[in-house]
Design a protein around this ligand. Structure first.
Ligand SMILES: Cc1c2[nH]c(c1CCC(=O)O)Cc1[nH]c(c(CCC(=O)O)c1C)Cc1[nH]c(c(CCC(=O)O)c1C)Cc1[nH]c(c(C)c1CCC(=O)O)C2
Length: 336
């Protein structure tokens, strides 16, 4: 069902899944997480990654499942030292010379992710879609250059402005790597793919054209040449830039952050399927304001091709029962 909707059909009730639907807000994940000494080891252990992916599918009536992995497995597979500090987030050895990175050994490094996907495709009922994903080149580059997240991605913006040719070389390598990674996920059994440009918001207009739209457009072309699975783009915080993103990248669907106004979302929906865009803070807070926000999104977008989702990843603080309540409400509100 998710796949038809991403291709532009309107089906009722709307499919629902949540970005980061697996993970630390679930007690069963926190328990499972103890079985690996590091987060990356967890991601590269198919038994654990399969189980973490399935946990929210057992608890909730989600229509789609997203493979448990991380966007930073790509720089790691290219040879950049990458690790996660508990309670802080990702750390990488800041990239000084991209010539140290290479595609050699890339596929072998990521084999556990593909094995996780093929096992998941077998374990999930056929009506539940399985999503593969990658980070967009710009977002990956922000972590690779700075060695961590945060700070409005100043180090990467500075690097791109100072030496665009050198920065382009990093982006080109990432276009190649992300395309390979997405195609391999589709071949392993992913029914749809999402490209997370989580830090698109940090770019000015020229930067957005070159580092987000152009790079993602190239990935879309490369992936389309090899598979026909639908592709969702998520240029988080792109604002008015969402229009050009939709027109120029060729994505099948666009995921909207919570700042996108409803009228604008409906305009975008004339061209592609839209996904979104509940503020994760509303999901944490719960109560009548949550119901009202869910209704507003369903009523505004439910008539066209639409996937209900959050405007960004689920918060750690989310009470699990609020998720049940939202899914039920979306199903009622978008039924026909
Ligand atoms: C920017 C980004 C990252 N990773 C991801 C993005 C893009 C989406 C977004 O913007 O949030 C994507 C991602 N990361 C993870 C998933 C799969 C799980 C799912 O969606 O259900 C997905 C799709 C697991 C994860 N990735 C991470 C965790 C938490 C670590 C742990 O459980 O030990 C999980 C479950 C760690 C991670 N990974 C990353 C950060 C910044 C962090 C630290 C912040 C945090 O802890 O939430 C990089």
């Amino acid at each position: 069902m998710l796949v038809q909707v991403l291709r532009g059909e309107r089906v009722g009730p709307a499919p629902v899944w949540f970005m980061r639907q697996a993970g630390r807000y679930l007690p069963e994940y926190r328990e499972l997480r103890k079985k690996a000494s590091s987060f990356l080891e967890f991601c590269y252990t198919p038994d654990l990654a399969v189980e973490a992916t399935l946990q929210p599918m057992r608890r909730y009536a989600f229509d789609a499942s997203i493979v448990f992995s991380d966007i930073l497995v790509v720089p790691h597979a290219l040879g950049q030292d990458t690790w996660f500090v508990e309670g802080e987030g990702p750390r990488l050895e800041p990239l000084s010379d991209p010539s140290g990175l290479s595609m050699k050994g890339f596929d072998a490094h990521l084999t556990p992710v593909y094995e996780t996907i093929s096992r998941l495709r077998e374990a999930l009922p056929p009506e539940k879609a399985l999503l593969g994903f990658c980070g967009a080149p710009w977002t990956l580059a922000t972590y690779m250059v700075a060695g961590k997240g945060g700070g409005e991605q100043f180090p990467a913006r500075k690097a791109a402005a100072r030496d665009p040719e050198a920065f382009q070389a990093i982006i080109d390598l990432l276009v190649e790597a992300c395309s390979r990674h997405l195609v391999a996920q589709a071949r392993a059994g992913a029914d749809a793919l999402q490209i997370f440009d989580s830090w698109a918001s940090a770019l000015d207009e020229d930067g957005f054209s070159r580092w987000s739209i152009q790079a993602i457009g190239e990935i879309v072309n490369k992936v389309r040449a090899e598979t026909n699975v639908p592709i969702i783009g998520f240029p988080r915080g792109a604002g008015a830039g969402y229009s050009r993103f939709v027109a120029e990248t060729g994505v099948d669907a666009v995921s909207l952050d919570w700042s996108v106004p409803m009228d604008f979302a409906r305009e975008l929906q004339q061209r592609v399927c839209v996904q979104g865009n509940l503020d994760p803070a509303r999901l944490v807070a719960g109560g009548p304001q949550l119901d009202a926000a869910v209704d507003r999104i369903c009523d505004g977008l439910g008539e066209g091709p639409f996937v209900f989702n959050l405007g960004h990843g689920i918060s750690l603080e989310t009470p699990p029962e609020h998720v049940t309540r939202v899914i039920r409400r979306v199903k009622e509100r978008t039924a026909r």
